[in-house]
Unconditional design. Sequence first.
Length: 236
Amino acid sequence: MGSWAKRVLLAGCALALGALSMVQSSEAQGASADSDRVPIILRARFPASGVRPRLTLAGQTFRGSPDLACFYERRGFAPAWSTDSGLRPAVEELLAALAASGADGLFPEDYRLAALQGVVDAGWSQPVAGARAELDLVFSDAFLSFAADLRHGKVNPQEIYPDCALAPEATDLAAVLETALESALGANRVREALAEQAPPQLGYRRLREALRRYRELALRAAPEPVPPGPTLRLGD
């Protein structure tokens, strides 16, 4: 090959490498720009009127937790459950806690566990800014909703007993979530933070144990027969 041909070949390679570098640089800048849009989108989801945002997951639309706005305002609307490279480990902790919510007499489907697990199983695959913002909202909503039910109960006592005058204890659940995520980058703290919202009284722990025991009895193939004896009456 002559020197002229070599020069042409080298020039072509240099142009190709330059073009590839420009494409990679453009892609990186595009990803960075898309990431920068996430806080802007999150901010826009909370109107000045204070109306709770409507969230959508797996085709279902629902109102977000009352604590969502406070949580995101305090963190400058930065995403909480993901980075540019993927979901944070705290997501798996959250899903594990939701899966175990039955131990407290609650139902995982009330916190959309299956839909959230489906999001994780589908893989991250660099979602666009809008999708990433929406995912962040539904993960935060699941934490805050579950924490509120553990802390205050799922049923309002006044709806059952009109003369009940129990005032719920004021708890800053937004701060609970923020602390859980920021403590050692959320390692082992999400589940612990949720568990700490359950009532600490001995009576509650005994109810929890009784629920576990009776569920085990219900799973037995044949229930134990009641032994012969006198007829049971009210008050026995």
